[in-house]
Design a protein around this ligand. Structure first.
Ligand SMILES: [Zn+2]
Length: 105
């Protein structure tokens, strides 16, 4: 699921999200004076930057809206053993090291 898919699932118009100009401001968005949830307007408790055609934007979510999508968020982690091995091979190539992967019998 891409960030655009996540917004579609939440029913959030990407053009309504605030530009994420300074990623260091994330904790301020959900601190003592939280911004409204991008979906329902309740105080946001979670925030993250979504990468969209419009550029990086803040997606602020209250607890309920976060939990409604927690299992559907875009993941950069491989979901299969083949994906894990492919990531290891790419990391080996980037680091210029040799690694032997031995499959268990
Ligand atoms: Zn919400």
């Amino acid at each position: 699921m891409t960030d655009a898919d996540l917004l579609l699932r939440l029913g959030v118009d990407p053009d309504t999200l605030a530009p994420a100009v300074d990623p260091r401001r994330g904790p301020d968005r959900v601190g003592l004076n939280p911004v409204p949830c991008s979906t329902c307007g309740q105080p946001a408790r979670f925030t993250r930057i979504v990468d969209l055609d419009q550029g990086p934007r803040w997606l602020d979510r209250c607890r309920s809206c976060f939990l409604a999508t927690v299992g559907t968020q875009p993941s950069r982690m491989p979901a299969t053993v083949d994906g894990i091995v492919a990531d290891l091979r790419a990391a080996m190539a980037e680091a210029g090291v040799a690694l032997t992967i031995i499959e268990a019998p």
